[in-house]
Design a protein around this ligand. Structure first.
Ligand SMILES: [Zn+2]
Length: 408
């Protein structure tokens, strides 16, 4: 009921490759997100949260490109005349950070807050990946051809929508994206927060902190304790989860920690806001199911491939996909395959350690291979996990503590 009333007040803004939808989720708090994740989910746009303070505003994540960032700046201006004083980068992936420069251009003096690992990712692999795409789309188009060939084996009822979605991305969206990336400037974080920071503006309290492990190292979440709004970054993604974590058990514990927060609104890293705990719990059950199967496979000495093969993937995915063929495609590519492999590798490592008595044990070949695949996950993510930086290279105040900043 509340959700539908809020939905009626939604603003939509055309942003080139996607439409941005802006929902009011609490007084002065907005979720800005890709309205329709399909058919262009290969162009992933991370969610943004806008928090309006007394005289300023705080924005969480900057969108997937300079153009997306400009669109988000417009969204901010639609909901408040206040300037953005702080921009949080929850993690380094490009779908959340490549819009940084638009905020720097629109709001001179804006500080970009992130962890040291996020800064390193933005200036390292993220920037390299972004520049690779800006220079050439050849490898991506090759990957697209492979995915298209693979899609031919899908059931006839599913094939058309998957093929159309792949064609749209590889024949059109990718070129638009490349043109956009050519205008990128490296715009890294300017204030480093590794553990926690609280911003206070009048009655508004904004907690920025690390809640655990998940999709990217050094991830920060943002929580408004009074409004009970949580921006979870990609620790929770909807409508299908990401399963690329390098620490499956750590992610599971993190999900439990998120579930234990008394949030009323969850703004996931992707997908529409959730107004209860149902989605997180569904995700916890899914993760438990796959980990249990991976554990069985390790105990029985089966190969890693056997984990995902044990499932009826369609039945497993249905609570997340509602039967959509394209969502099914992404469920398998983004979650089931990588998470099955990752869980298997982690459990095999753990078993190796427990049986190798006190000897130091090297990570198993399966674990090393999984980590490599996780690092190269942009293959499946349509390369959206890239980064931005600016020419300015201001350094952050390292080790800021809770309540380090007061007044927005
Ligand atoms: Zn993301």
């Amino acid at each position: 009921m509340i959700a539908s009333l809020l939905a009626a007040a939604a603003i939509t803004i055309p942003c080139g490759l996607f439409t941005l939808r802006v929902d009011s989720v609490a007084p002065g708090v907005y979720a800005a997100y890709q309205a329709e994740p399909f058919p262009s989910m290969f162009y992933l746009q991370g969610n943004t949260t806008i928090v309006v303070g007394a005289n300023d505003a705080v924005v969480v994540d900057a969108g997937a490109s300079p153009a997306a960032g400009r669109c988000l700046v417009e969204a901010v201006k639609r909901v408040t005349p206040n300037p953005v004083r702080y921009l949080v980068n929850t993690h380094w992936h490009g779908d959340h950070t490549l819009g940084n420069q638009a905020f720097v251009d629109a709001f001179p003096g804006v500080q970009i807050i992130a962890s040291a690992k996020t800064r390193d990712g933005e200036t390292g692999d993220g920037w390299k990946n972004a520049m690779d795409l800006a220079r050439s789309t050849a490898t991506r188009k090759e990957q697209g051809a492979q995915l298209l060939a693979g899609a031919q084996s899908a059931a006839p009822a599913d094939r058309d929508s998957i093929v159309a979605m792949l064609h749209r991305y590889y024949d059109h969206d990718l070129d638009v994206r490349q043109a956009d990336y050519r205008g990128l400037r490296l715009t890294p974080p300017t204030r480093i927060v590794d553990s926690a920071l609280t911003l206070q503006s009048g009655n508004r309290t904004i907690r920025i902190y690390s809640i655990g492990k998940g999709d990217a190292p050094g991830t920060l979440v943002v929580y408004l304790p009074k409004e009970r709004v949580l921006a979870s970054a990609d620790l929770v993604v909807a409508p299908v989860p990401f399963g690329y974590t390098q620490d499956p058990m750590g992610w599971r514990e993190t999900l439990a920690r998120i579930d234990s927060l008394p949030f009323r609104v969850l703004i996931p890293g992707h997908g529409d806001p959730r107004y209860d705990h149902a989605y997180v719990r569904r995700l916890e059950r899914l993760v438990d199911t796959v980990i249990a199967e991976a554990r069985r496979a390790v105990r029985e000495g089966r190969p890693a491939d056997s984990v995902s093969a044990q499932f009826d993937a369609r039945a497993l995915a249905r609570p997340f996909t509602g039967g959509s063929p394209t969502l099914q495609f992404f469920f398998e590519q983004y979650f089931l395959e990588p998470f099955s492999r990752g869980s298997y590798a982690a459990l095999k490592d753990a078993l190796g350690r427990s049986t190798a008595s006190r000897r130091a044990v090297k990570p198993s070949a399966a674990s090393v291979a999984h980590r490599r695949r996780a690092a190269a996950s942009s293959v499946y993510r349509g390369d959206s996990r890239i980064i931005g930086r600016s020419r300015s290279n201001s350094t952050g105040a390292a080790g800021m503590s809770t309540s380090d900043v007061s007044g927005l």
